[in-house]
Design a protein around this ligand. Structure first.
Ligand code: FAD
Ligand code: SF4
Length: 328
């Protein structure tokens, strides 16, 4: 491992200033960064420990809940404001990684975790546009079982691996940051960017921009929500396909629908076309099937991941069915 400096700034200004230096990295739980440093995929010159900055609380707001960027995935999943008020988020968090990892992993780190594309994570591989811009993509035409079918480009087909992000998309979360120029609030659906011609750029964040907290808007009383994850093993495995469903149902009709898809897309995916099919309809197997077809309409697969299109459709139909049945 290359030598690097370690610092633990006492305040946000110190962290933001240090974070702007070339090849610097914030570290929170370290479960993704240290892993990638050990593999020599990320080789920072400076590691900036942000765990002394506060941001470890979950607090009620008049219009929702504020989650500090350093709240661990375990604390968040079991916090009564989340477990009772936003069950889809609890379910998503508890479906991820292992209890030991969730005890360390933080909200900010989970938002920014890197892809699990095996070619990205193998330093011997020399063609990976995300890691080495302009070098090509080893996955296209290669082993693609875990890769994306939505939002892909001919430069990169990697998935965003986070479960939490999928629930946050369906909850219309707002990500709050601090940077040298001040603060900003970024809707979760605008935080991550599609790979396009520049897969090396994954978010709209600037160097040294610090995520401070995430805000969840209050849900209407009639809301039901649920997260369903389909994977190779029942635990300790990333999603092959997942769906986060948030529905408001009144007088036997879906009044509002918000759908996130995971395991199948280059970024946490908002299935707006599926939402449009659902709104104004009574819940039924036929409507759910139409919504799932709409969600996957623009998909582009490789031979090795074509199965994901049908898998994602079925995952969404089952998640909708279980949500209406009161699964959460
Ligand atoms: C074996 C294994 C299995 C896993 N399984 C799953 C799974 O099934 N589902 C799932 O969703 N995840 C899974 N994960 C990933 C895990 O959830 C992430 O590693 C974790 O959430 C990252 O959080 P962290 O605090 O450890 O981040 P770190 O490793 O500390 O940081 C990750 C990145 O975020 C940046 N960062 C961290 N905090 C901030 C901040 N506040 N502002 C700006 N930048 C910041 C860092 O600079 C770094 O680039 C798994 C991980 C492992 C190792
Ligand atoms: S899919 Fe993306 S991350 Fe994977 S090898 Fe291709 S460019 Fe790299």
């Amino acid at each position: 491992m290359e030598p690097f400096s370690y610092s633990k700034p006492a305040d946000d200004a110190g962290a933001i200033a240090a974070g702007q230096a070339d090849r610097s990295q914030f570290i929170a739980g370290g479960t993704n960064l240290v892993d990638l440093m050990q593999l020599e995929i990320i080789r920072p010159l400076a590691v900036i420990d942000i765990t002394g900055l506060g941001y470890g609380q979950v607090e009620p707001l008049p219009g929702g809940v504020r989650i500090g960027a350093l709240v661990t995935n375990s604390d968040l999943a079991y916090h009564p404001l989340i477990a009772n008020g936003y069950p889809v988020l609890s379910e998503a968090l508890l479906s991820g990684a292992s209890p030991q990892l969730r005890n360390l992993a933080t909200t900010g780190g989970n938002l920014l975790q890197r892809t699990r594309c095996p070619y990205f994570r193998d330093p011997q591989i020399t063609a990976c546009n995300k890691r080495l811009p302009g070098s090509g993509c080893s996955a296209i035409g290669g082993f693609t079982r875990s890769h994306a079918v939505l939002g892909v480009s001919d430069k990169c087909i990697a998935t965003n691996p986070s479960d939490m992000n999928v629930a946050l998309v369906a909850l219309d979360a707002i990500v709050h940051t601090k940077r040298a120029g001040g603060v900003r609030a970024i809707p979760i659906s605008e935080l991550h960017v599609l790979p396009g011609d520049h897969p090396e750029r994954e978010t709209v964040l600037e160097p040294g921009e610090l995520i401070t907290h995430v805000e969840l808007p209050r849900l209407a009383p009639a809301t039901r929500s649920h997260y369903l994850k389909v994977r190779d093993r029942a635990s300790y495995a990333f999603a092959l396909a997942s769906a986060a469903v948030v529905l408001e149902i009144a007088s036997g009709q879906i009044e509002r629908a918000r759908i996130g898809l995971g395991g199948v897309a280059s970024k946490p995916w908002r299935a707006a076309a599926a939402e449009r099919v659902l709104v104004g309809q009574p819940p039924s197997p036929e409507v759910f099937a139409k919504a799932a077809a709409a969600a996957l309409a623009g998909s582009r697969s490789q031979p090795g991941n074509a199965f994901k299109i049908e898998l994602a459709r079925r995952t969404l139909v089952r998640a909708l069915t279980e949500t209406v049945a009161g699964r959460s």
